[in-house]
Design a binder for this molecule. Sequence first.
Ligand code: FES
Length: 102
Amino acid sequence: MIFLCKAVDVPVGRAKRIARGRKPAVAVFEVGGVFHATADQCTHGTALLSRGKIIDGVLICPLHAGSFDLVTGAPVDPPCDEPLAVYRVELRDDGIYADVPD
Ligand code: FES
C-alpha cells in the first residue's frame, strides 16, 4: 500500500488528485465518510476523473458524461465501456493508503 494523502486534504464533494510523476495519477474521493481511490484518467479518453462529479455512487466523467461505479469501477453509462481501475483503501490514523500498483 502507498500513502496517498491525509484525509483532511480531500475536499468535501470534490476529489483530491494525487500526481505521481511519470506514474498514472490517482483520484481520491470521499462519499458519506468512506474514501475511494481510482485511476484519475478516464478509460474513454484523456479526461481527469478528479474533475468529475459523483451522483449516487456513480463517478461521472467531465468530458463526455460517461460514468463508472465508484466501488467496482464497472462502466455505467456510455461512452465508457472499459472498467476503471479502483484501488482498495485503508484509513490509518488520518492517512489514506491504497493498493495502487507501482
Ligand atoms: S473521456 Fe471520459 S467519457 Fe469520454
